[in-house]
Write a protein that binds this ligand. Structure first.
Ligand code: FAD
Ligand code: SF4
Length: 515
């Protein structure tokens, strides 16, 4: 071979122009590597999903007639790192050139850049051809350390790609239907939630390998059958299932939470994030398919469902990636609220008396999945209010979720949910008392704490923690016109109640492990 082409675990994009032509001079390398298993402690489902998707992609390429070298941990355990592996393989196969697609993670991009500078091989990098905002445009549209409004970016992307547009105007007359999308489940709604699309991917051989090579992980896979889509066909099945069964109520229940739906923990969400992030599916393909379903079924599917979904992929997903690249590597150290608290033990077993947190944590640990509001307003809000160190919060999110890759995990976690990024993403923190959780879920009904009480042994801890957080960061927050009213309410409370509330919160923070 003349050239080795590296395919990383999140670059399983069958439509890449690399695969437009076959030639006998090119060897495609797909390899399980120890360095990708241990940069943080991962959930076993996440490790298996990537390794399984890589093996399937390698088989599909082979079947299509490409020369593929798929290496498992059994063959790569002696390679110290990715440059070591590339050097070994290029030498072994007498290649003079190495090519790779730009990684989406800073860590890998830097590692490969350094390799490129020092290596004796002729090394060339190309675009992944996956994202809708071109990499070169990120610096034109975003400025380092400067707030960028998602909504402005999203509207520009809608225009650029002519998505849900009537000429220059948004379809339906509005850009944003969020206000239609804040429903809570009633009892009868719960009974209607369909079962999710799940798969039975046998990952027993991957689990044996992880154990054989002492990869440290947490979590379980029931019967060694992974339920996430790990081929392009399964990913498309998942998308089709979403269009036919879930889309019609996606927006409506986008923010709703419940502990009463054991048959479907992802509710009306699509479960497509892993397939998208591994690049099994292209974002435009997903958006177009969903809009096509809406156009075919305008009676069943309203614009607010489709707009809500499109906003997540065309808006948020592209936006957080741009925030990541324009601000790295400094972004990874941001901690504007100086949060230092250690993460409590129940993040590893769900064992807390707070029902909302216990449910969201247990579900995350069992399924490697939680939907956006569970991540933001339950787990993230708790970490924000109690001041958990954002490095620990980042590592936990990066390890636990099936879709967690740093470019998308970090801006969402450190930025949006922990407000640690100097306001680059959010102009105000997503902080909430128990009232918000009670409005969007049925968690409080089954909780040992009382969501209506602020102080006392039975009071919902989030209530005092919320006011403690707002009081502690008053200097930073009160000039924000969107928060002014909150402080007016606080100032109306008697000083006795204020003192008791703050004392209660301090007690909780001090004894965080026993909440
Ligand atoms: P759906 O609700 O069906 O949404 C459809 C798609 O939209 C998702 O698959 C995803 O690709 C995209 N999307 C939705 N919201 C976002 C968002 N805020 N940012 C980027 N893309 C979005 N998403 C990840 O892919 N990886 C992460 O590591 C990740 N970490 C998060 C951490 C926090 C604190 C928060 C608040 C959100 C995080 N998200 C992350 C975004 C979102 O929670 C997940 O994408 C979503 O829950 C995945 O489930 P789904 O595919 O069923 O999503
Ligand atoms: Fe969560 Fe408070 Fe409701 Fe309990 S009462 S579920 S702690 S919000």
């Amino acid at each position: 071979y003349k050239t080795v082409r590296l395919i990383l675990g999140d670059q399983l994009n069958p439509s890449h122009s690399w695969f437009k032509h076959k030639d006998n001079d090119t060897l495609y390398l797909i390899a399980e590597l120890k360095q990708e298993t241990n940069y943080v402690k991962h959930h076993i489902q996440k490790l298996c999903a990537f390794f399984s998707a890589m093996a399937n992609f390698a088989s599909a390429l082979k079947e299509a007639g490409f020369n593929v070298l798929h290496l498992t941990l059994d063959e790569t355990h002696g390679d110290a790192n990715l440059p070591g592996l590339l050097t070994r393989i290029a030498t072994q196969y007498n290649c003079s050139a190495i090519e790779y697609q730009y990684p989406d993670e800073f860590r890998l991009k830097q590692q490969l850049n350094n390799f490129k500078k020092k290596s004796v091989f002729n090394i060339n990098a190309v675009d992944t051809e996956h994202f809708l905002l071109q990499f070169e445009q990120i610096n034109e549209r975003f400025t380092k350390n400067k707030h960028a409004t998602m909504e402005h970016f999203y509207r520009a992307m809608r225009k650029q790609y002519n998505i849900l547009m009537d000429g220059a105007k948004p379809q339906g007359g509005k850009w944003n239907y969020d206000s239609n999308n804040r429903n809570k489940f009633s009892k009868s709604d719960l009974a209607d939630i369909p079962v999710p699309k799940m798969f039975d991917n046998d990952v027993s051989s991957i689990i044996s390998r992880l154990n054989k090579h002492n990869v440290s992980y947490f979590g379980e896979i029931k019967d060694e059958l992974l339920q996430w889509p790990t081929t392009r066909k399964q990913a498309i099945d998942c998308l089709e299932y979403f269009c036919k069964n879930l889309l019609s109520r996606f927006g409506q229940f986008q923010d709703a939470m419940t502990d009463q739906c054991n048959h479907n923990t992802s509710l009306y969400h699509s479960r497509l994030s892993f397939a998208l992030n591994a690049k099994l599916l292209h974002p435009l393909y997903v958006i177009k398919r969903v809009i096509n379903e809406y156009e075919q079924n305008p009676q069943q599917i309203t614009i607010s469902q489709v707009e809500g979904f499109t906003r997540q992929i065309l808006g948020w997903r592209e936006y957080v990636r741009a925030i990541y690249w324009v601000n790295m590597p400094d972004y990874a150290n941001k901690n504007q609220l100086d949060a230092k608290q250690k993460m409590p033990h129940y993040f590893w077993n769900g064992d807390t008396k707070m029902n909302c947190l216990s449910h969201a944590l247990t579900q995350s640990l069992e399924t490697a999945y939680a939907h956006h509001i569970q991540r933001l307003m339950v787990i993230g809000n708790f970490c924000l209010l109690t001041g958990i160190n954002p490095n620990e919060v980042d590592n936990w999110y990066l390890g636990v979720y099936i879709d967690a890759i740093e470019w998308v995990e970090m801006p969402n976690t450190r930025g949006m949910s922990q407000f640690a990024d100097d306001g680059i993403i959010a102009t105000k923190p997503y902080s909430a008392s128990g009232n918000y959780i009670n409005k969007m879920s049925d968690y409080c009904k089954n909780c040992r704490y009382d969501v209506k009480q602020k102080i006392g042994d039975n009071a919902c801890p989030l209530n005092s923690l919320y006011w403690h957080f707002m009081d502690k960061h008053r200097d930073k927050l009160q000039s924000n016109p969107r928060i002014g009213m909150v402080y007016k309410n606080w100032d109306k409370q008697s000083s006795n109640l204020q003192t008791q509330t703050l004392e209660q919160a301090k007690h909780h923070i001090k004894n965080i492990d026993s909440l």
